[in-house]
Design a protein around this ligand. Structure first.
Ligand SMILES: Nc1ncnc2c1ncn2[C@@H]1O[C@H](COP(=O)(O)OP(=O)(O)OP(=O)(O)O)[C@@H](O)[C@H]1O
Length: 277
């Protein structure tokens, strides 16, 4: 469970200002959807949260402390594609999540620690609907299954913050709906703070507790490089989901993530609109 604070964060590449004046607080266990036009800096913001990029000005604090300058186990990430290792089996990919965290130098666990990690990985695979697929390689899985695997691998690292960069963008609508249910269930069952970049507004409103739009305030061609994007809309989904609303959801049957006990998200029509000053 982590709170994130952006304190007047700017990101520039040479003379090109990509983001400016990003100041916001993200409460613990929030599910943030970052939306905005192509090229406005959504992925750049996510990469700064991951530690792959540093702010040019300002700072990002997690639980009151400056964000470590490089990726660590506290932050898990799933991209639209290529988040898992093609040369490792499904089980090995999920185990790696734990090995990278607990055996940083060797990348391997041994003995009881390895058996415990394998048991946990098997449970997690069942939870994401991949029971029975453990010895397959990712290339033998569908796109939706690969993204479930990527989620399982990220969660196996035990992150406090999960960063999602259009993780479901390449999936067919039906498969997307299934994986949305899975995502909601995983978020409900864990203490994760989630930040997700998406182009899909219905996905944003269906999953998130808060939808944040980034936009350039000045967008004439000659101004594009000199003015970065900033937070233009901060939409809180109402009623807010909170720890009290969490439901205990049984693991989905193998091969599916549909659950009758799924917590319903806030409806897009029920919003509190907070304009940025
Ligand atoms: N390493 C880099 N060096 C120089 N410019 C970069 C770098 N990374 C990103 N940019 C620029 O920053 C801007 C924002 O890119 P970013 O990928 O964050 O946008 P985005 O909102 O995620 O776009 P999309 O929705 O199309 O994925 C773009 O103009 C891009 O060219």
């Amino acid at each position: 469970m982590s709170a994130i604070r952006f304190d007047d964060v700017w990101k520039e590449y040479g003379d090109h200002i990509v983001l400016e004046r990003i100041t916001m607080e993200v409460e613990p266990r929030a599910f943030i959807a970052l939306v905005g036009p192509s090229g406005c800096g959504k992925t750049t913001l996510l990469r700064m949260l991951l530690g792959e990029e540093q702010p040019t000005r300002g700072q990002i604090l997690v639980d009151g402390k400056p964000l470590p300058g490089e990726p660590d186990a506290d932050r898990g990430v799933v991209f639209q594609r290529y988040s898992v290792f093609p040369h490792l089996t499904v089980l090995q990919n999920v185990m790696l999540g734990r090995e990278l965290r607990d055996a940083k130098f060797t990348g391997r666990l041994f003995g009881a620690a390895r058996r415990a990690a394998a048991d946990e990985a098997m449970k997690l695979l069942a939870e994401v609907g991949l029971a029975g697929q453990e010895s397959k390689y990712p290339s033998a899985l569908s796109g939706g299954m690969q993204q479930r695997l990527a989620l399982a691998q990220a969660i196996m690292r035990g992150p406090k913050i999960l960063l999602l960069d259009e993780p479901f963008g390449a999936l067919d609508p039906g498969i997307r709906a299934d994986i949305h249910l899975l995502m909601k269930r995983l978020w409900n069952e864990t203490h994760l703070t989630v930040v997700m970049v998406t182009h899909d507004l219905s996905e944003a409103f269906g999953l998130a507790t808060r939808v944040i739009a980034l936009e350039r305030q000045r967008n004439r061609p000659e101004e594009r490089e000199r003015y970065g994007a900033t937070v233009s809309r901060d939409l809180e989904i109402f009623p807010r989901r909170s720890a009290e609303l969490r439901t205990s959801v049984q693991p989905a049957p193998t091969g599916t993530t549909r659950s009758g006990k799924e917590h319903q998200p806030g409806r897009p029509g029920a919003l509190v609109l907070k304009e940025q000053p």
